[in-house]
Design a binder for this molecule. Structure first.
Ligand SMILES: [Zn+2]
Length: 370
């Protein structure tokens, strides 16, 4: 046995599944063969020329990046194109590339959670849970088959609510049908109006997984035509979300808090709005460009909101209600590299497989400050 690219894909699928990603994102395996064996991985925020050279010289078989190299589908993969050249180099050296982007932003223990943790926040939770992402599937099952159908739906990703899995609800009832001449009913006779005892089985499911769960239930359901309903529900998804919210163990002045952010994230300069004497305890964060979450941070009564790529008018809007801090895109995201490495190393240890995980030695931040 040995580790293959697919094992790393599976690890991310359990942690930050592809379906969670923003619909316009492009995440997952970008280059290479998922069956390739791996013994060395390089982790980076961005894939640049320098990073590909580093991967080649370290002889890694896989690069895991946060920002996808192939974000918009390129029209050609040619040497004279900056992206095409990197793809060709990776292919030539049989190096696979896997990217976990907004799916990692929206996961527990993802970018924003890691940022909250490194800044010393406690009681960390999502700033805003994922909305409009859940459905409910209701299926009518004859006696003796409920367990099998529930298991199949669970395996396909249904029934997860927070820290609970295999969640379902069942109620007994009576179904009716009239099968045509061509039918072959599992219970009762065709061309006869039948009443049968059935169980109504309901499970919550991410909308992105609905078709897979329906296929799984159909696979094990004994009926020719399983009856099922799909409802889109308005519940927010407690398992995934945007940004993170937490509290400092002790309140401190904004001035001290800014100093500690600079030290922890190793940033040269911070842009902020607010009064330096203002006391900070509840803190919202979002690694990378998270300005859209400003209203959520204010609604949660956060004293400060740390994110990046903040515009002038956003600072203006925030200035009377919250200390808004722009700590840099690269700086608020690079903190995820160590947690990724730790997960990969512990998965390899658990599988008793040799794996060397490198975090890139390069600072891929394109923004310079003097
Ligand atoms: Zn980013």
């Amino acid at each position: 046995m040995s580790l293959h690219v697919i094992n790393i894909i599976q690890l991310f699928e359990d942690w930050a599944p592809n379906w969670v990603a923003w619909e316009k994102d492009n995440v997952g395996l970008q280059v290479g063969d998922k069956q390739n064996k791996i013994t060395k991985i390089l982790i980076t925020l961005d894939v640049t020329k320098q990073i590909v050279s580093e991967a080649i010289s370290k002889k890694v078989e896989l690069i895991v990046s946060h920002h996808p190299l192939l974000f918009r589908p390129p029209s050609a993969i040619i040497v004279n194109d900056p992206i095409g050249e990197l793809v060709l180099q990776l292919a030539e050296h049989k190096i696979a590339l896997f990217s976990a982007h907004t799916n990692l932003d929206f996961a527990q223990g993802g970018v924003s959670f890691a940022l909250a943790e490194i800044l010393g926040l406690k009681n960390i939770r999502f700033l805003t849970p994922l909305k409009n992402s859940l459905a409910k599937i209701v299926v009518f099952v004859p006696d003796g088959h409920v367990e099998r159908v529930r298991n199949a739906m669970t395996q396909a990703g249904a029934g997860i609510i927070g820290n609970y899995s295999s969640c379902s609800f069942v109620a007994k009832g009576t179904g009716s049908f009239y099968g045509s001449k061509a039918s072959n009913p599992f219970l009762g006779k065709h061309r006869n109006f039948e009443f049968v005892e059935e169980t109504r089985l309901e499970m919550i499911v991410p909308r992105a997984l609905v078709s897979g769960v329906v296929a799984a239930l159909k696979d094990v359901h004994p009926y020719e035509e399983p009856a099922y309903d799909i409802y889109f529900v308005e519940n927010s998804n407690p398992n995934f979300g945007m940004g993170a919210l937490g509290t400092l163990p002790k309140s401190q002045s904004l001035e001290l808090f800014l100093k500690s952010i600079k030290r922890t994230l190793n940033v040269v300069a911070l842009r902020y709005t607010g009064s330096l004497a203002h006391k900070i305890q509840t803190v919202a964060v979002c690694g990378g460009a998270g300005s859209d979450l400003l209203p959520d941070a204010i609604a949660e009564k956060a004293d400060a909101f740390i994110t990046a790529d903040v515009r002038y008018h956003t600072f203006q809007k925030a200035s009377h209600s919250i200390a808004l801090i722009d700590a840099g895109h690269w700086e608020t995201e690079q903190i995820i590299l160590k947690p990724i490495a730790a997960r990969l190393r512990s998965a390899a240890r658990a599988a008793h497989e040799p794996l060397t995980v490198f975090i890139t030695k390069y600072k891929t931040n394109p923004i310079k400050i003097i």
